[in-house]
Design a protein around this ligand. Structure first.
Ligand code: AMP
Length: 301
């Protein structure tokens, strides 16, 4: 595995591969790698000639009160894992290489970045879209791989790629979970033993909400009340930021679950902020098109 730290060298290397007709699969990460990240790497490897993984903790997407300074890092462990996956290139630039002094150019996807997580993390998605654009310009991927766990990020990046005519295929990969259902996240390492146990309330609540929708309850208010009640049963939940059902494209809350929706949660356990979501596809059973929708729903997550 080649380790590249200088953007210009990464660019020249990427150009060389493109000239030889090789496709480049790219997985951008902030390191402290776990099976969730590695699932993206495996998918990228299976679909491309060359696989590039970046590790860059992007200061632009953290507000001053957030955890930039203490974000987990394990460069040795990470590079061992990536070698094990036979990744071709690890791109690990220094901050000054990405944000030279006087840096003042940003990319922002309006109307989506302010919703959901954006309400609680102002500027976060502007930081994400700016760094992802820069990484795309340097790595020049054919395909880029992102996790469904950060579904708002996926929706925003897909829109950015479309709106800015970037010639890149965005591939969204399923969320990888611990055995109790907790979505894997580098931030799970902040949780103590009790908090870690409590954190399983998130995926449990999502799964139960999907069962509720399957049973025919498609009304937002009812679903929201159910979710808030379930999450409130866990005393270590210190703040529920959002918990509801959203349109999978425009990220607005839906009044009633229609064809496709996202059930999503953001909350704090102690001081650790965690997010998760599950996709609900509501289909009318074949042959039951004429029945009342609520009676003939089934879901596919
Ligand atoms: P991060 O290092 O947290 O910025 O994540 C890098 C990429 O890995 C993002 O596209 C995430 O959505 C994805 N990712 C993080 N956790 C998971 C998970 N549990 N399952 C699948 N993908 C994930």
């Amino acid at each position: 595995m080649e380790i590249i730290r200088i953007p210009r060298i990464m660019q020249d290397t990427a150009k060389g591969h493109s000239l030889r007709g090789r496709s480049i699969g790219f997985v951008p990460t902030m390191g402290a790698l776990h099976e969730g990240h590695l699932s993206l790497v495996r998918r990228a490897k299976s679909e491309n000639d060359i696989t590039v993984v970046s590790i860059f903790v992007n200061p632009l997407q953290f507000s001053p009160s957030e955890d930039f300074e203490r974000y987990p890092s394990d460069y040795e462990g990470d590079s061992k894992k990536l070698k094990g996956e036979e990744v071709d290139i690890l791109f690990m630039p220094d901050i000054t290489m990405i944000y030279p002094e006087g840096f003042s150019t940003h990319v922002e996807v309006e109307n989506l970045s302010e919703k959901l997580c954006g309400l609680f993390r102002p500027g976060h998605f502007r930081g994400v879209t700016t760094v992802v654009t820069k990484l795309f310009n340097v790595v020049k991927p054919t395909r880029a791989y992102f996790g469904q766990k950060d579904f708002q990020q996926c929706v925003i990046i897909k829109k950015m790629v479309r709106h800015l005519n970037m010639d890149i295929e965005v591939v969204v990969c399923p969320t990888i979970r611990e055995s109790d259902g907790l979505a894997m996240s580098s931030r799970n390492s902040y949780l103590n033993k009790e908090e870690r146990r409590a954190a399983s309330v998130i995926s449990r609540c999502l799964a139960q909400t999907i069962e509720l929708i399957k049973s025919g309850i498609i009304d937002k208010e009812h679903i929201k009340r159910f979710m808030l009640a379930k999450l409130s049963e866990e005393p270590l939940v210190t703040e529920i930021q959002y918990a509801s059902v959203y349109d999978a494209e425009n990220l607005d809350e839906v009044e009633k679950v229609g064809k496709e929706a996202i059930v999503a949660i953001a909350l704090k356990i102690g001081s650790t902020r965690l997010i998760d979501n599950m996709l609900v596809k509501v289909l009318i059973k074949p042959g039951e098109e004429s029945r009342d929708a609520a009676e003939s729903l089934y879901t596919d997550t």
